[in-house]
Design a binder for this molecule. Structure first.
Ligand code: ZN
Length: 331
């Protein structure tokens, strides 16, 4: 017979667990709204999902901000777009007054968390941003970029993303680029890749690989989600998969369904390979009760209710991602 735990006690435990955890979100598309001047990171807005006041309210210690480069841009305007998005972050009042701390090491992230600042990490979503030169990987690294996805949806100069088939996987340039990224200590992000591109990338590199914002295809067979074989490959390489909050990738628009994807991943990979990748500010809809990042403790409640232990939850909330950062970035 199933005897439910006292729900009130469980919720209180989850809140306490959330408070003592370093919460890391591996993917959000907030910078585009900031660069467009629609809102700022420093002021709580009713629009979108993420700003510093709401990150604080949600107990998020470290936010990865993606510079998303649209495939619709002219091919020679992509690098300029990526740097303009990073400029918009640097120009925001929350960066200038120290509420946000740009971080390139795990020690910096932990120090920011300890001092009540929100740690910010830069990623590139769609490495077509480097246009046709690996030198731009170095330039973006110098700007603080530490995570890169090869593609968005469709094919680009490096690889095929979901819906694309120009190369049948990675291009020769894409293989050169991923090896260069890996040699610089940039986290390789496989979210948005086709399966053939995914396996090409696995063969072309040997360090950890990460899917910053993807779910389990066994639960919701969307091309943006990962098969069990892909999940196993990511775990074998010591990487993590960030749970995506988009209802279309979850299958069911509830916070409990996020925990259900986590449970499946735990069965296939082990809980130490699960992380968070909200996709906030890049998704038109959110699960019920998770309208923006200020509600993040509800994810912790769902994980506790799904039977994850306290150490497993702390791992999923952030420590697993920090382990991969430390291994990839070095000190
Ligand atoms: Zn994305």
């Amino acid at each position: 017979m199933f005897v439910p735990k006292n729900v009130t006690t469980e919720a209180r435990d989850a809140k306490a667990l959330h408070r003592v955890s370093i919460v890391v979100d591996l993917h959000a598309d907030t910078l585009m709204s900031i660069a467009a001047g629609e809102r700022t990171l420093s002021v709580r807005s009713a629009a979108g999902h993420i700003d510093v006041p709401r990150l604080r309210a949600g107990g998020v210690a470290c936010q990865v901000f993606a510079a998303y480069v649209s495939p619709e841009l002219p091919p020679d305007r992509m690098y300029a777009r990526a740097t303009a998005l990073l400029d918009a972050f640097d120009a925001d009042a929350a960066t200038r007054d120290g509420a946000l701390a740009k971080c390139v090491t795990v020690a910096q992230i932990r120090a920011a968390a300890a001092s009540g600042r929100v740690a910010a990490v830069f990623s590139i979503e769609n490495a077509d941003a480097i246009e046709d030169s690996v030198d731009r990987i170095d330039a973006l690294y110098d700007r603080g970029v530490r995570i890169m996805s090869l593609t968005w949806n469709g094919s680009n100069r490096l690889a095929d993303g979901v819906g694309g088939d120009r190369h049948g996987g990675l291009s020769a340039f894409g293989r050169t680029a991923v090896r260069h990224m890996a040699s610089r200590g940039i986290v390789l992000d496989v979210s948005h890749l086709t399966e053939r591109s995914f396996w090409d990338l696995v063969r072309a590199t040997d360090g950890p690989i990460v899917a910053t914002h993807s779910n389990a295809a066994a639960l919701e067979p969307h091309p943006r989600n990962l098969t069990d074989e892909q999940l196993k490959a990511i775990a074998a390489r010591g990487g993590v998969v960030g749970l995506n909050f988009y209802p279309l990738f979850l299958g069911v628009p509830t916070v409990a369904s996020i925990a259900a994807h986590a449970r499946h991943m735990a069965t296939i990979m082990g809980a130490s390979h699960i992380a968070l990748g909200s996709d906030f500010d890049g998704i038109g809809r959110t699960p019920e009760g998770l309208e923006d990042v200020s509600h993040m403790p509800r994810v912790t409640e769902a994980l506790v209710a799904a039977g994850f232990t306290a150490p497993e939850v702390r791992g999923i909330l952030g420590e697993n991602a920090l382990r991969v950062f430390a291994e990839t970035w070095g000190d």
